[in-house]
Design a protein around this ligand. Structure first.
Ligand code: ZN
Length: 621
């Protein structure tokens, strides 16, 4: 009975031992693999863990940790851990740890692996082109490594500790702003070749643009600003600016700040005047993460004191009461007494100023040379003084114009008078409106006289370029009444019905002598002036005719020889093959005793002033 009991006990003990053995070393324990750490552990004591090895380490390596050490010798561990040696696919795997990886005392575990982490990316919003890109995982992952790939370039991603997030550095990809790209997320286990786990389209944010500033490229700054400002199209986080003076290499001391959409570049000290600068804004980062496509560069200049940029008159065409505006490049100080700086010599003028001009209002005589002077020291509205003076010489015009009557159509009849006193030489043109060459020649002659006052020192010159302005306007020989004005003067044998170059004209000489306003006004002007010599210009005979045996005959011969025209003074009928009555030149000669001559140009419309210039001048003496 005792021995039976012993045996029973022994058997029972062996049975219990077998059960314990089965429980501890045969029945596998489930372990759920975590992606969040490199190793997944469960609490499981192991005696003499140093002796234990992984039974089959193809897929997982099994190890121990924690426990009791005595004298540097590990007696007991408290946890058993599995670490994947290959990319873990989902499913269950039996692994074991045993002394010397033998079959005895195997700790067996069923490793249960869930699906690999999924990568998500919300591509509904544009991303900054050069910041960090965040990818969202459905669970933390420390087992795999991730990269992103765009256009064959890749960049690494780092898991954020304890979070299901990946942080990818976009800088190596060199993405452009405002573009769309195909993004691939690559995943690899250790040194395995990676596989694509996500394909998506991303859009980068549009660049930040500087849309305006207190200075624009090429500007001259007249003020003394303490800062420059620039405005962007997006709120800003940061910007850098570099200001360099042209011809130097070191930067001008500035500080740069941003607020909302404004960059302010403040100068450490006042900018020197009359220097060129280049300002470069770079390193800009908008709140949304975008930046400038390229640095923003603006070149500008600081002004000196006021400089004259223009004067409102020419060198020789200034009216005797002209208002001469001298314009500066910038506004002038209103707190400065300019009377000591601004002067006129040779003429008198009232001197005033407005914002950026000094105004001389002349009161002087004809043909008077004068000089305007503005000394250096004129202050700008920013109290910057000019460093150079300015002078300008001109003269007043040498002629007066007078309206001596009006045409049938109400056009002014204008005479130009040159010279202060002395014998008068008179030139008239276009009594026939279709002979506009004569009018043009007379206008050029007035320009020549205006430019050369020495031609008429001690004498006077009167020029009427256009006797018949209505005829010139309509290109008709007659005036607006159909009257040939050169048949309307009160000569002997005046008739109303005339023969002309183009045939018979009833009342072509007018209803009565001087019935026409143009003829009346010219007769009155001529009689009043009583010139020493009268030249009447026509077309198209290329001839000159004077008064046979009279004072004008010699002038006619001279004029004809100087321009190569025929002198018909002594030809019968004066070179005309039709009867002429009521001619202006006949009237001046026979009724007024004014030496007169006719010059017929070679063309109705064309004239060459240079061809006639010397002859016209020769008639003055
Ligand atoms: Zn004519």
């Amino acid at each position: 009975m005792r021995s039976l009991d012993r045996r029973t006990w022994a058997i029972a003990l062996i049975g219990v031992g077998i059960l314990i053995y089965i429980g501890l070393w045969i029945v596998p324990r489930p372990i759920s693999l975590s992606y969040a750490s490199e190793r997944t552990c469960i609490g499981w004591p192991t005696f003499l863990p140093g002796m234990h090895k992984t039974v089959d380490d193809a897929k997982f390596s099994v190890s121990t940790e924690g426990g009791l050490r005595i004298g540097g010798f590990q007696i007991l561990s408290t946890r058993t851990c599995v670490m994947p040696m290959k990319s873990p696919g989902s499913g269950s795997t039996l692994v074991a740890l045993s002394p010397f990886s033998g079959w005895f005392f195997q700790q067996r575990m069923i490793v249960v692996t869930g699906d690999a982490p999924r990568v998500n990316f919300d591509n509904s919003k544009p991303i900054p082109a050069s910041r960090t890109l965040q990818l969202v995982l459905n669970q933390p992952d420390k087992l795999y490594t991730y990269r992103i790939r765009i256009d064959q370039k890749t960049a690494s991603c780092l898991g954020i500790s304890g979070k299901a997030l990946l942080s990818c550095n976009l800088a190596p990809l060199k993405l452009l702003q405002g573009k769309q790209y195909q993004l691939e997320v690559l995943r690899a286990f250790q040194s395995d070749s990676p596989s694509v786990v996500l394909k998506t389209t991303i859009t980068t944010l549009t660049a930040t643009t500087i849309v305006g500033g207190s200075v624009n490229g090429g500007d001259t700054i007249y003020a003394k600003p303490t800062a420059l400002t620039f405005t962007t199209d997006k709120p800003l986080k940061h910007a850098d600016a570099l200001l360099v003076e042209e011809g130097t290499t070191s930067a001008v001391a500035t500080t740069t700040s941003v607020k909302d959409k404004v960059i302010t570049v403040t100068f450490a000290s006042e900018l020197p005047r009359e220097k060129s600068y280049t300002l470069k804004v770079s390193g800009l980062e908008a709140v949304d993460g975008s930046s400038l496509i390229e640095p923003y560069v603006v070149a500008f200049h600081t002004s000196g004191g006021p400089k004259v940029t223009s004067v409102s008159v020419g060198r020789s065409s200034v009216a005797v009461n002209a208002r001469i505006a001298v314009t500066f490049d910038q506004p002038l100080s209103t707190n400065q007494d300019i009377s000591k700086l601004v002067a006129i010599s040779g003429a008198t003028a009232q001197i005033t100023r407005n914002e950026n001009q000094i105004i001389y209002t002349l009161s002087t005589g004809l043909c008077t040379p004068f000089t305007l002077t503005i000394a250096k020291g004129v202050l700008s509205s920013y109290d910057i003084a000019s460093t150079v003076g300015w002078t300008y010489s001109s003269r007043t015009i040498c002629h007066t114009t007078s309206v001596y009557g009006y045409s049938v159509r109400g056009r002014a009849l204008v005479a130009y008078t040159f010279g202060a006193g002395g014998p008068i030489t008179m030139y008239v043109g276009a009594i026939h409106g279709n002979e506009s060459s004569s009018s043009g020649l007379m206008k050029s002659w007035t320009d020549d006289l205006e430019a050369n006052p020495s031609l008429y020192t001690g004498r006077r010159v009167v020029v009427v370029p256009t006797i018949n302005p209505d005829g010139v306007a309509a290109n008709t020989r007659t005036n607006a009444h159909g009257v040939n004005l050169n048949r309307n003067f009160p000569t002997d044998g005046w008739v109303s019905d005339i023969n002309d170059t183009d045939g018979h004209h009833a009342r072509g000489g007018g209803s009565a002598p001087l019935s026409e306003p143009e003829a009346q006004a010219l007769a009155s002007l001529t009689a009043g002036l009583h010139p020493r010599l009268l030249l009447s210009f026509h077309a198209v005979g290329s001839l000159v005719t004077g008064d046979p045996g009279g004072y004008s005959a010699g002038y006619a011969a001279k004029y004809a020889s100087m321009v190569g025209y025929s002198d018909t003074t002594y030809s019968s009928g004066g070179g005309f093959d039709y009867d002429i009555t009521g001619a202006y030149e006949t009237w001046t000669t026979t009724k007024q005793g004014i030496p007169s001559m006719v010059v017929e140009l070679g063309s109705y419309g064309y004239y060459s002033f240079s061809h006639h210039q010397a002859a016209l001048r020769a008639m003055l003496n």
